[in-house]
Design a binder for this molecule. Sequence first.
Ligand code: B4P
Length: 192
Amino acid sequence: MLNIVIFGAPGSGKGTQSDLLIRRYGLKHVSTGDLLRFEIKAGSELGKTADQYISKGHLVPDEIMIEILEDLIKKNLDKKGFIFDGFPRTLSQGEALDNKLEKNGLNITAVLSLDVKDKELTNRLLKRGQLSGRSDDNGHTIKSRLQVYHQQTEPLKEYYAKQDKLITIPGEGSVDEVFKLIEQAIDHLTGG
Ligand code: B4P
């Protein structure tokens, strides 16, 4: 199985590149952000809880996210592989992901880290906010999301570098240019 983590700050292009990756490699897309937004729209208990964190630019608690992940892995073991988009976002989520995969005889193949500067991230998210109406794409919340990223999520880079799985992808080119770099990295890994 080809199991890829697509990693990066909010607005770095994780969701955008995941959509292209699924089409190219036929992997199961696990987007915790999409899943939470679906629950918010549906007005479920999980959605109500998640909205309290997301609208402030905070992370949803690890216990909730890890339970969701476990369920998603179990239901999709017949797939060609996973693309984890937006998960893990903390060290404890990273450890949980390794454990859950290991239990099923799997592991992460590589972590593709999209490298984009804060200024560009802010511009992209403000632009998306004008169209999407997402409660977290406004100036104040974006600032908080970037802080949370640097404090809680970025340390995962070292976690994966130590496992020799971190591949840094320059993420400031066009969507197609970034995807080409990702394709090259994956084809190099798979010998394709
Ligand atoms: P996510 O849905 O993961 O959202 P995101 O970080 O904003 O990135 P996204 O993938 O949507 O955007 P992309 O970079 O593709 O999370 C939302 C919230 O849910 C989190 O803040 C958190 O509260 C919660 N959450 C989710 N997972 C969690 C977890 N595991 N634990 C705890 N909480 C969790 O694109 C951004 C914009 O840039 C788009 O408009 C796109 O068109 C544009 N863009 C992309 N690539 C570009 C390029 N190359 N050039 C120009 N523009 C580009």
